[in-house]
Design a protein around this ligand. Sequence first.
Ligand code: PEP
Ligand code: MN
Length: 347
Amino acid sequence: MILPKTNRLTPDQLATVTAIVAEFGCTIQPIVGAVRTIYAIVGDERDELMINRLEGLDYVERIDRIQSPFKLMDKRSDLSSHRITIGGVTLGEQLFVIAGACTIDPKNPNLFYETAQAVKEAGAHALRGGVWKPRTNPYSFQGDTKSLDILMEASRRTGLPVDTEVMEEAHIKLALDAGVTTLQVGARNALNYSLLRAIGRAIDKRPAAVLLKRSIHMGPLSEFISAAEYIAAFGNPNVILCPRGTTPTLDGYRNHPDESITPLLKEKTWAPVVVDPSHSVGKAVYVPSAALAAVAYGADGLCIEAHVEPNKGIGDDPKQALTPEVLKKTITQAKQLWALMRGSSPK
Ligand code: PEP
Ligand code: MN
């Protein structure tokens, strides 16, 4: 990783370093942070001569050679001071809450508008709404691009930034062009490396954040952080890790709850952790405790499914969405716990 003396390299300087690394079979990937841009050397960065030539340039501060499978997302990376801000809230400075419907029903937009209003009143910072849905059964409702307009209208009405899942490259452009601020990568696609690469590259269009769910089948934490590394290595460092339960399932819960991996992730990576208790336990009645457990384990945020009338919802909502009253109580308690653990007052 090349750390320039200034906030970014000039085009001429970038051309020079690109030419040097190319001689050694490597390429340069700029990683655009809020203030600084740093430059990942993609390829085998161990060649001493290449490093010496780069270090010899008077505009290079230093070359970081982190021996880690995820050199950008590693806690020791220079990127560790990078902060992610969504809708004016910087993750890590207060508990960040995303809430909303699993699936937007394009035939009933008002249900989503009312849900969005309730989510705002409950104290959430961002609105989630599924436009395109990964469904186990091919005959189940697969989502509808029309719902993107409903999502953005709800965003306009509430002023909340929005999160939605993208499952293929075409969705990335549609979502970013519409104004989506957080692209969600679902548990089924968390190991879809071509999608992760495309999401990383899409930062050219808009510096969106990415909520990367933990895959149902992910075992070692390095597999999860390496998936985040793909997104960062292709240009977007705004990656948030989202544990959401794995298999094998635990009797009674939809998945095996995994909020307890939060402190382990935090030992290895600087990435913020936003836990999804809804898909983890899979039943509304268990969600509030799972949400508080996540905060107790040190989560930076929560992603919770909620609906004004869960029984009228589609997708997961009838089973796992919280009602507005329960959502509000859960968010209030979660914010209090977050502040209590850090000796500050709830925001
Ligand atoms: C969702 O957020 O509605 C969803 C499908 O999540 P996951 O990818 O975690 O199953
Ligand atoms: Mn869902």
